[in-house]
Ligand binder design. Sequence first.
Ligand SMILES: Nc1ncnc2c1ncn2[C@@H]1O[C@H](COP(=O)(O)OP(=O)(O)OP(=O)(O)O)[C@@H](O)[C@H]1O
Ligand SMILES: [Mg+2]
Length: 500
Amino acid sequence: MKVGIDFGTTHTVAAVVDRGNYPVVSFDGLDTWPSIIAANEAGELRFGLDAAAVRHDPGWCALRSFKRLLNDAGPRSTVELAGRSYRLAELFAGFLAQLKSDLQHRSNIELPAGEPVEAAISVPANASSAQRFMTLDAFTQAGFEVAALLNEPSAAGFEYAHRYRSTITAKREYVLIYDLGGGTFDASLLKMTGRLNEVVFSEGIQRLGGDDFDEAILKLVRNGTGLRKLPAGTRDLLLEECAVRKEAVGPNTRRFLVDLAAVGKEPFSCPIDDVYAACVPLVDKTINALSGVLHGDVDWSDIAGIYVVGGAGSFPLVARTLRTTFDEKRVKRSLHPFAATAIGLAVFLDREAGFVLSERLSRHFGVFREACAGEDVCFDPIVPKGSALPTAGQPPFVVTRTYRAAHNIGHFRFVECSRLRDGHPDGDVTPYEPVFFAFDPDLSDDQDLPRRAVRRRDDGPDVEERYVITSGGAVEVTLTTRPDRLSRTFRLERHDLASA
Ligand SMILES: Nc1ncnc2c1ncn2[C@@H]1O[C@H](COP(=O)(O)OP(=O)(O)OP(=O)(O)O)[C@@H](O)[C@H]1O
Ligand SMILES: [Mg+2]
């Protein structure tokens, strides 16, 4: 069984490969599986459909949008739920194990017990290397055989290519993907030639999605009704009510109504334009990011279309703003806003379809190092943003550097960042857990390198740094000294804020 799985902030969606078709899997009759975890004080956990079923029950506590936590997480990050502390990585793996079990027992597909499930999975274009690793790990632990990890907008691009190939002409062979989901916004410029989809440039906003529209609307309601302090449970109920009402807004809606029975008040009502005004700043951010993706030699006349995917792209203000900012005829909304990414992942997995992806790194990757005998710090970019990554099945992208060690211990502080300014990391910077490596052979068995004093030495060995970047954009570094050939490989993981 081959399946594309889009783990989303709000929904998780699966689509299977079935003889040239890519049907979306339905669970108990629904095309989406809720991205919710619930726990009670006894320490019982529920995931997905089961979690949604108990989310309002007394004694149960629901964790929504936990994909957002992965932005700032490391492998040891924990989260509090119903008075207990859980490892996020374990909750995530448990969630996916339940998804796998529901694929088998509660879905409309035939999946015999024991049949391997080959999965293509995805992360936001702007996800850090650590989020990629955590996602890969969780899927593997849950028993999936992960065949590929793609960026979400790249996957949506395959759905576009599969369905709308005919819109691509020799003159207009670029497509802009606009993906506004529950938690993240991604914009990607793809070049489509034959069966090759090449990602030219990606830009993302890690914390911008439908959840933020719900918050903006709740704020409007609270300001309009003088609702100040709210207990957490009541706030969640109102937020859910705002989301439901927001999803019901259509192009002809004139007034917006929110039921306030949960707080014993009369319903809130306002002109729809007030709701749009509250959401304009959010939509404007996405338009700016989208415009930023058009660069280099590519301009508007080369674009076959803007492809709008993701549930929050259905908000009428989004379509209206896109149409007034860009050429109306070239804005195309996906027929499957929730499922475009999962379908695209399935298309990619289908070798018969023959599509190939050439992906680019969406963030700069580099290392800080001491300079001027420890007086100063410089930044060495190792792999620049926009570097082409290997296609799946090809050998990984490798960068090596060699130099003479100037210290007894190497202390590497790796970071990823969305921009460089004057050669220094800028914008959205993600630090990694520091890596310590003994250049001095006498320290090679030392388990406590971080506590040893770093000393300069003039007779240091030669050091080779070998970076391996996979098609999914994750990075491993192997450090080797010569002539002793002491060597170690480190999987780079995000600096863990929770355990710091
Ligand atoms: N008709 C609609 N109008 C406005 N917003 C909508 C509509 N339908 C769904 N949404 C919003 O879309 C969001 C969910 O979209 P989607 O399922 O694409 O996100 P996701 O894939 O779970 O999240 P992400 O891709 O950000 O991780 C929710 O915030 C939901 O409220
Ligand atoms: Mg999504």
